[in-house]
Write a protein that binds this ligand. Sequence first.
Ligand SMILES: [Zn+2]
Length: 204
Amino acid sequence: MITANEALARLKAGNQRFMSGVRSLETDIKSTNRAGFVGGQEPFAIVLGCSDSRVPAEIIFDQGLGDLFVIRVAGNIVAPSQVGSVEFAAEQFGTPLVVVLGHSKCGAVTATLNELKNPSQATSSSNVMSIVNRIRPSIQPLFESGVHQDPDKLLTACIHANMLAATNHLRHGSQILEQLVMKGDLKIIGAKYSLETGEVTFFE
Ligand SMILES: [Zn+2]
């Protein structure tokens, strides 16, 4: 297995290719080699991202079959099943890198902001509210502080805060992951994808 830094370099290189509109031959070849992965998998990175149709991890990082262990949920929130999925991959496959991937114009964060603005008009189901309630604690202070008057700037700051909160939750909400990080076997970092430019910015 490669190191966390090598894994990160592969993601960065893949995102550069995506931004320039080129696909690597290796990605294409891998994606036609279904049979080669029947016996097992060795994903080099775990990505916890949003379900947004515009942010598919394999495409924006130009990776092929078997490369990424991807967990997608609206708002890239961290609930027990997400922690469990990351623990499973990190332990089972020895994957060295976890990336929590937020993105610009996230609908789940927007919905949570709307909820904060108009709490009485809540019409969401309890299932949707379980997502909103995961996002709320990290963005409520920003909303209430009033530092960002501009709605776009407020949303951007909230998306960043939500991504950082999810990253911290993964780092400290699991003994298994905490120990892997302490031993130097796992790195957990945050990142943000820009719908506008296609670029992923990493926060190490
Ligand atoms: Zn989103």
